[in-house]
Design a protein around this ligand. Structure first.
Ligand code: AMP
Ligand code: FES
Ligand code: ZN
Ligand code: ZN
Length: 316
C-alpha cells in the first residue's frame, strides 16, 4: 500500500477516494478538505473571529487544530453537561489541548450557570437526555457567540453525522429540518452564523487525524446517548458504505447539490420576538431553553435571566 502522492508506504486507505496516503499527505488531505468546504460555502475569511464548540471528542479537537493550523483566529467554548464521570473526563481532554497550544477557552457549566444538568433535565422533562442536551448546547453556543461578538460558531459535525441526520430527517420526512441542513447557516434573527467545516471528512478520518497529530481525545461515547436513534442511523449507513464505498458522500452531497433548495420554503420564516427571560430570539413569550431551565432547576423564570447576566463563565 503506497501513498498516492509520494509513493512512500501509506498509513491509511480511503476507499471512497480510492486512495492511500502516508501520514504527511493524509494530514495535508484533511486540511485541503476543510479548505475546500470553507471556500465552496464561503464560510468565513481569515479576518473573522471564530468560536469553536469543543466537546473533547476527536471531531471538535480536529477542527480546532486544522483551523488553527490554517491560520484562523479561533477561540473555544466548552459546555459542562454534568454527565457523571464522562463530562469531567471530556473537559480534561479539552484543557490539555488548550494548554499545549496556548489557546483561549470559555467554559459554561450548566449546573453552575443555570442550576441543572442533563440527567436532571431528562428526568424533569421525561424526554430522552439528548433532547435537553441538544437544546442546551444550541442555546449556550448561540448566546456565547452573540455576546462575544464572534463572526461564526464552528462545530465538529462530520460526514457521518450529517449523513445520519439527513437519513433520519428523510425517514421521517421532517421537511422543516431538511431545509436547514446545510454546512453553513447564515446569521439571522439574532442567531449567529453556524459553520461545519468537517463535512468532507468521516469519523474514521478525524480519528486518524488526531492520532497522527498526537491529539488525545475522549474515545468513549456519551453514556446517555447509547442506543439513540441517531446512532442507529449511523450504523445503517455504515453497512451501506461498507458494501459500496462512497455511498454516504453521494447521499449527502447529492442532497446539497440537487435537493436542499427545494426544502427551503418549508423553513418557518415567521418573524421572531425576544424571550422575556433571556433575550434570545424565539417565536414564543419565553424561549424553549428558559422553559427547560424553569422545569429542570425547579426555579422561577427570572433565574434564567439572572443566569445569562451573571453567567459562571471561566475564561482560560
Ligand atoms: P454532538 O451533538 O455530540 O454530535 O456534537 C456535535 C458537535 O457539537 C461537536 O462536534 C462539537 O463541536 C459540539 N459539542 C458537543 N458537545 C459539546 C460540549 N459539551 N461543549 C461544546 N461543544 C460541544
Ligand atoms: Fe448530549 Fe450525551 S452528549 S446526551
Ligand atoms: Zn505521501
Ligand atoms: Zn430564554
Amino acid at each position: 500500500m503506497k501513498c498516492r502522492v509520494c509513493r512512500e508506504p501509506a498509513v491509511i486507505d480511503l476507499r471512497r477516494h480510492n486512495a492511500n496516503f502516508c501520514a504527511e499527505h493524509f494530514l495535508r488531505h484533511c486540511c485541503q478538505q476543510v479548505e475546500r468546504v470553507i471556500h465552496d460555502y464561503k464560510m468565513f475569511s481569515p479576518e473573522d473571529r471564530l468560536l469553536v464548540a469543543v466537546s473533547g471528542g476527536k471531531d471538535s479537537l480536529a477542527v480546532w487544530d486544522i483551523l488553527h493550523e490554517l491560520g484562523y483566529a479561533v477561540d473555544g467554548l466548552y459546555v459542562g453537561l454534568g454527565i457523571e464521570r464522562y463530562s469531567g473526563e471530556s473537559l480534561s481532554y479539552v484543557s490539555d489541548f488548550v494548554d499545549r497550544r496556548g489557546l483561549n477557552l470559555t467554559i459554561v457549566d450548566l449546573g453552575d450557570t443555570y442550576g441543572f444538568d442533563v440527567p436532571g433535565a431528562a428526568e424533569a422533562t421525561g424526554r430522552v437526555p439528548c433532547s435537553a442536551c441538544g437544546l442546551s448546547k444550541r442555546h449556550v453556543f448561540d448566546s456565547a457567540a452573540v455576546d462575544g461578538k464572534y463572526d461564526a460558531v464552528v462545530t465538529g459535525h462530520n460526514l457521518d453525522d450529517e449523513a445520519a441526520v439527513l437519513y433520519g430527517n428523510v425517514m421521517r420526512w421532517q421537511v422543516d429540518y431538511l431545509g436547514r441542513q446545510r454546512p453553513l447557516l447564515e446569521a439571522r434573527d439574532g442567531f449567529p452564523r453556524k459553520a461545519k467545516p468537517l463535512v468532507r471528512l468521516t469519523e474514521r478520518e478525524t480519528a486518524a487525524y488526531c492520532v497522527l497529530r498526537g491529539i488525545d481525545y475522549q474515545v468513549e461515547e456519551c453514556p446517555m446517548a447509547i442506543g439513540n436513534k441517531h446512532l442507529g442511523f449511523k450504523e445503517t449507513l455504515n453497512l451501506l458504505e461498507d458494501r459500496s464505498p462512497g455511498s454516504k458522500a453521494e447521499f449527502y452531497f447529492g442532497y446539497l447539490k440537487r435537493a436542499v433548495d427545494r426544502f427551503s420554503d418549508a423553513e418557518d420564516r415567521g418573524r421572531l420576538g425576544i424571550c422575556s427571560g433571556c433575550g434570545a430570539p424565539t417565536d414564543a413569550e419565553v424561549c424553549a431553553f428558559c422553559r427547560l431551565v424553569s422545569r429542570s432547576a425547579g426555579a422561577t423564570q427570572p433565574v434564567a435571566f439572572k443566569a445569562r447576566n451573571e453567567a459562571t463563565v471561566s475564561k482560560r
